[in-house]
Design a protein around this ligand. Structure first.
Ligand code: TSJ
Length: 679
């Protein structure tokens, strides 16, 4: 039965566009006919949705927090498609009390007429048949957005406890409710007149599917919607959170699109070209069958800044972040390198023999490349690398032309960009010399840093490196640790801010040199994650402003120089206790104020009962440090992950700015970037 069902759905999916008859469901006779037709396909449809409920992971990737949020992306994508087709300007997403989510747009409204292929109204078709979304009409539009899986509204319906759909179009207001994983509670009904247009969908994720959590993260949704607003300029996207006592709301609308995205990312850097360079274009490609053509669209925004960063290129295909890059990025860097070299020579800004490498040309560059492709091929370990080879040529051509023209029309900015790249090139030469020197001396010495108290095991999987603030805490850590698996590297004072220093200074910095040698896997493009000597790198600093600062400096260092450490989830922050209560011969520890209160209640302490407030790690002796912070059986650590590269970039540059307040607030409050994990 299930097999048969699949073929029905697949057949419909293969049919690229539904032909739906111009019939008004509001018309009684048609309603009757729709009902009559419905019987036949009813069962099959529900079996299709049942298949989704049996294997939700196959459709949305995960049933944890990520999957829960995919439901929202999936529904919002439909409204974004409507906006890209030119029919919708405003999208509102509301997180309701109880964590149902409402998505509303002012588009044409999901068609309500009967779809010939299914015998169902457009609404029922979209919400009950797999892969049916966005396949209406014949105006040549294709679905370009699409969450990670682009699975459609029916999948969201299948994974919802209930779903309410309201459509306003053609003067009418239509409504249909689905329950228990997509079962329609009746048929689409015309419930009144309306002179509005648009679609409103509310769904309640099914807690029997999303067993881990059904609570939506405001930050996650906000960041996603902001990204969608940047990538699709002009659309107004509002997020409302109704769950608190007073509703919270934010609206994102960027008429400058990806240009504004670039200036947003760079808001704390000094730009070389204050207005981003922007270019766009589309190309029809005829496929090998000689008949089918595909229209590929690309837009690119570029801004050079005074930063030394090598990874400021953010690429997207169909509004999905392509974290591993791909042909669109290659097209961009090829064009940038070629055009800048040509320009520098033609404008006689450099000596004849001078040649800039790709690395020189992209240093300090912040770029967004966003392509829309009807048939994207994804490759790479996480399937986030665009593989379509025709895209390389297209992006190369668009950027070559756009950048060439910009440089011709803006010679002052052109000169400034070339000078920045020249600086990058010279610094790279100097760094090469410095690195060679270090490498030679490293070859001669081949020993680990003297300050490192290494562990005895050589199995990286079980080994941990504690990077500890201050020599006295380092001493306690050395004495308290598990010598087999825990290594200690004490740091003295503050470490170099790598955000503001060039590579040769970084190599000359002892503390940083010690970390590089201890971790043992190199840095930057030469970093080799398979060589790391520890699978847990634990930052252990005091719980004060200085500690916060050192922690951020270390994270910045890892982010810029050992990025795979963060991507792989190897970096942790230790959580030492803030308070200690000595009571009847036992020690009790509290890691935050709430725990302290709880302890005082549980132990029935009189007000005024003295407890110890730890000002720093140094106040703990070896045994205490082990018991509270280092013993794998009881310790709590925070694992650091990078979820969104552009967000992270902004976070780091913002944090490394002059102001201390945002830094402190960030590290204590931001739950999006710093994921709390009990280890
Ligand atoms: F996916 C969904 F069904 F859940 C959903 C769809 C949810 C939300 C919030 C909005 C939408 C949606 C669909 N907004 N706008 C549309 N547009 C169409 O479905 C539509 C309307 C008219 C025509 C036409 O050719 O006349 C074609 C389409 C695809």
């Amino acid at each position: 039965m299930a097999e048969e069902e699949k073929t029905v759905n697949d057949q419909i999916a293969e049919e690229d566009r539904f032909q739906y008859k111009k019939q008004d469901v509001g018309n009684e006779r048609e309603l009757e006919r729709a009902k009559a037709d419905y019987g036949a396909s009813d069962l099959q449809v529900l079996e299709g949705l049942e298949a989704v409920r049996k294997r939700p992971g196959m459709y949305i990737g995960s049933t944890a927090e990520v999957g829960l949020h995919h439901l929202v992306w999936e529904i919002v994508d439909n409204s974004i498609d409507e906006a890209l087709a030119g029919y919708c300007k405003n999208i509102t997403v509301t997180i309701n009390k109880g964590d149902s989510v409402t998505v509303k747009d002012d588009g044409r409204g999901v068609p309500v007429d009967v779809v010939a292929k299914t015998g169902l109204s457009g609404v029922e078709t979209v919400f009950t048949i797999l892969h049916a979304g966005g396949k209406f009409g014949g105006d040549g539009g294709y679905k370009v957005s699409g969450g990670l899986h682009g699975v459609g509204a029916s999948v969201v319906n299948a994974l919802s406890e209930w779903m309410d759909v309201t459509v306003c179009r053609d003067g009418g207001k239509y409504f249909l409710r689905f329950e228990h994983g997509g079962h329609p509670a009746g048929h689409l009904q015309r419930i009144g007149d309306s002179d509005e247009r648009g679609t409103t969908v509310t769904f309640q994720p099914d807690p029997t599917i999303f067993t881990e959590t059904t609570v939506y993260s405001y930050e996650t949704i906000r960041n996603h919607l902001r990204q969608m607003a940047f990538l699709n300029g002009g659309i107004s996207i509002t997020l409302i959170d109704e769950r608190g006592e007073t509703p919270v709301s934010e609206t994102f609308r960027y008429d400058g699109g990806i240009r504004e995205y670039v200036t947003y990312i760079d808001s704390n850097k000094i730009p070389v070209n204050p207005r981003p360079i922007y270019c766009q274009g589309a190309q029809e490609v005829t496929l090998t069958d000689g008949e089918t053509t595909e229209r590929i669209y690309a837009e690119i925004a570029l801004q050079w800044t005074d930063s030394y960063s090598q990874n400021g290129i953010y690429s997207f295909c169909n509004n999905i972040s392509t974290k591993e890059g791909g042909t669109h990025e290659e097209g961009l860097t090829l064009a940038v390198t070629r055009i800048l070299n040509n320009y520098a020579h033609k404008a006689k800004l450099v000596k004849d023999e001078e040649k800039f490498t790709k690395e020189d040309c992209i240093e300090g560059l912040t770029a967004i490349v966003s392509v829309k492709h009807p048939n994207p091929q994804y490759e790479g370990q996480t399937k986030t690398k665009l593989g379509n080879s025709e895209v390389r040529k297209i992006v190369n051509a668009i950027v070559s032309e756009g950048l060439d023209q910009y440089l011709m029309e803006n010679p002052a900015e052109g000169k400034a960009v070339v000078e920045k790249i020249q600086l990058a090139s010279k610094a790279r030469d100097a760094a090469r010399v410095a690195r060679e020197k270090i490498r030679k001396s490293a070859l001669e010495i081949t020993t680990l840093p003297g300050k490192l108290a290494d562990c005895s095991s050589k199995d990286p999987e079980i080994c941990e490196l504690y990077i500890v603030e201050g020599n006295s805490a380092g001493g306690s850590a050395k004495n308290g640790r598990d010598r087999e698996t825990q290594a200690i590297l004490p740091l003295r004072g503050k470490i170099l801010n790598v955000e503001k220093a060039r590579e040769e200074r970084i190599w000359a910095n002892a503390e940083i040199g010690n970390m590089i040698t201890a971790i043992g896997a190199g840095i930057r493009e030469n970093f080799d994650i398979t060589k790391i000597r520890y699978h847990k790198i634990v930052i252990m600093t005091d719980a004060d402003v200085d500690g916060d600062h050192i922690r951020i400096l270390l994270l910045t260092f890892f982010y810029r120089f050992m990025r795979p450490l963060l991507d792989g989830g190897y970096v942790y922050i230790a959580q030492p206790p803030l308070y200690k209560i000595d009571y009847k011969g036992s020690a009790y520890y509290a890691y935050n104020d709430a725990q302290l209160e709880k302890l005082r209640k549980e132990l029935n302490l009189k007000p005024g009962f003295a407890f110890q407030r730890y000002k720093g790690l140094g106040e703990m002796d070896a045994e205490q440090l082990w018991e509270t912070t280092m013993d794998p059986k009881v310790r709590k650590m925070i694992r650091i992950t990078v979820e969104d590269a552009a967000d992270a970039e902004k976070v780091f540059t913002d944090l490394m700015g002059e102001e201390v307040a945002p830094r402190r607030e960030y590290i204590t409050q931001n739950a999006k970037f710093v994921k709390n994990l009990d280890i």
